[in-house]
Design a protein around this ligand. Sequence first.
Ligand SMILES: Nc1ncnc2c1ncn2[C@@H]1O[C@H](COP(=O)(O)OP(=O)(O)OP(=O)(O)O)[C@@H](O)[C@H]1O
Length: 532
Amino acid sequence: MPIFLISSISSALTGLCSTFLIKTIHQAVTSAEFTLDQFLWNFGLFALGYMIFAFIASYSVSKLIQSIVHKLREDLSRKILKASFESVEKKQPKLLAILTEDIKTIAYSLDRLPGVTTGIATVLGIVAYLVFYSPILTVATIVLFALVFLFTKVTLPFVKKYSDLAREQLNDLYQHFEGLVFGIKELTLNKDFKESYLNKEIIPTSRIQNLHALKENVIASFSNRMTDIVLLMGLGGMIIAIYKTGFVDLEFFGQYLTLVLFTLAPLSTASGFLSNLKRIETALEQIESIGLTMDNTDGSINEITLDDTKTGLPQIELEAVVHQYLNDDGGKVFELGPIDLKINQGEVIFLVGGNGSGKTTLAKIITGLYKPVGGNLKYYGQPVNDRNLKHYRSHFATVFSDSYVFDHLHHISVGKVDREGDYLIELLELTDKVSIVENRFTTKKLSDGQRKRLSLIQAILEDKDIYLLDEWAAHQDPHFKTIFYNKIIPFLTEKRKTVIVITHDDRYFDTANRVVKMQDGNIAAKDSLVTK
Ligand SMILES: Nc1ncnc2c1ncn2[C@@H]1O[C@H](COP(=O)(O)OP(=O)(O)OP(=O)(O)O)[C@@H](O)[C@H]1O
């Protein structure tokens, strides 16, 4: 870690220059032999050294801090991408606060580090100089510093307590902010709603958060100020002891004081940094407590691929598959299954059923986003498990009803995008709205229906074996519904793709090979299956 080494060495050298500067000043005012020339030379040399090393220290420590922050961001993003979909889905509101707030706290709290490292080096240098100057006063100084440290330590648990409480409120505040940004249409249209959202949600949560943050800051900053007082009181105590016992000469003590007073500022910075360490601890605890469970993609197990060439077996098979949604107390909110279902390669299956019947949940099981709590999911007869789940998932392209629309197409080959992109844009009548430049859609600023068409283009360009389209046509006008059922689905089946469509469009049921009806978390009786 060379940057760490450079920052440590340069900080130490800055501290050393600072000590020599202080020593030069001290000698100039205490030693009769010290000439003006000597003073100018020494002072100029150490001041120059101080500036050079301070710049290197500030640069390297700041670089170190930024690389820590960057690493945290990268690690956290990787952790989220490696976690099981279910755990990320559950923790979604908390994640944004961690990604923005906690990492920012760490960055800001570490900001003082350059001053602290230099300050500590200066204090150590002064103490070393004091040893030669007066061993007895050095011992007294060390005792004094220990008292300052103890005092700061006593206040730290309180800083931590209020830092934790303030951080807890931030999760709620972020959820309110999410409502504020994404629910702005509803809030703008309804004056009473807007007022009550502001006054009953955002302001009270922000006030409580502020109150805890205020207590945290007051304790931290008061403790910081008090370290100066403790130090000065200690010096006062030493003066009393000198008056009473005369253990050193008072004039000598005055010269010693000149030195010790130089430690006030660096000590104050260092003790302030101890409070920052508590804030960092709170932020790191939040990051640690994300509680995401990893799935097979964490690379901790040997992955294997599934055999795609098996024939005569269903491409996907669900055997008595069960899934449950649980509330925070572990109570069952909804149960899907046990479901038995076979899907053959190249089939077009429509999943239909009332709201809340479990279609999307089943889609998440089929695509491997959810792991069933019971039963088996098979791919050409091979059970899907932790070792092959990643490969299983890679067979799917999806457009869920709440899909996020990315403009990014860099994961698709340029050749593929060039060959089919323009054709699909034309087929879905977006030519005058959007184009693809350097594997990126030129805009996402489209109507809901148009954005859904963009998602569909992206999914088709991904060229996967199995397509799962969740209520894709729900936002489309009749013209585009016809294009979807009569052109897009045949375009996919011509390429031997398997297509699973969640739909309520009964006018087009005849375009499917099979219609599977869901009811109360299960497939409705066999006789309601419609076969083309
Ligand atoms: N993440 C979740 N946590 C807890 N319960 C959920 C979750 N997602 C869905 N549910 C519940 O599971 C049930 C099935 O939901 P699902 O989304 O699968 O239904 P659906 O048939 O797709 O409905 P719709 O046609 O309205 O989209 C519903 O009762 C819903 O409230």
